[in-house]
Ligand binder design. Sequence first.
Ligand code: CA
Length: 203
Amino acid sequence: MLTTPKLSPRPLALVVSGLLVLSSHLLSGAEPPKASLVGVDNFEDGGRIAEAQWTTVTDKVAGGNSTVEANVVPDGAQGSKHAYRIGGEVGNGFQYPFAGATVAHPAKDLHDFAGVTFHVRGDGKPYVLQVNVASVKDHNDFNAGFVAPKEWTQVRIEFKDLKQNPYWGERVPWTGADVQGLTFRSGNAGKFQIDIDDVAYFK
Ligand SMILES: [Ca+2]
């Protein structure tokens, strides 16, 4: 017959249970530390990272014919008053056409941050988030794809999932130490429109 193990699992279970109680107590307390989130822009008054500037970008710089407009619009995410609408038409005048909007800010050391979060709604099409870092000098930027559903949806993109193009340009290590902005863009021919809101870096 099998003998009963002498080591009871009970003490371990008690420790785990104690940790869970402590953890839930902490979670139910005050708001998380502000340092866990750096807001880039919420498109309400005063909700932006210092000196952040939004501009539109298209492939016209490379001879393309894509168009874009970007404006603050009413009816933001999470019941807020405003969001940022980026819309236009991706053309066919450049081999890798694109149109979108970019926010530039002074370089921030985000090496201990995990990624970018934002809320988005749009036309159901795929888009690209580009994280702009000072160490990329040749436009072989760090990118990740996302889809813009019709209803407001939070997207979280982790820095570890960003990729440079493997076929051209220089590949540099991701450090997170020199993040200086974000670009939201479409690369699919035709009309597009997305609203974004509550753009932030998260730990
Ligand atoms: Ca907002």
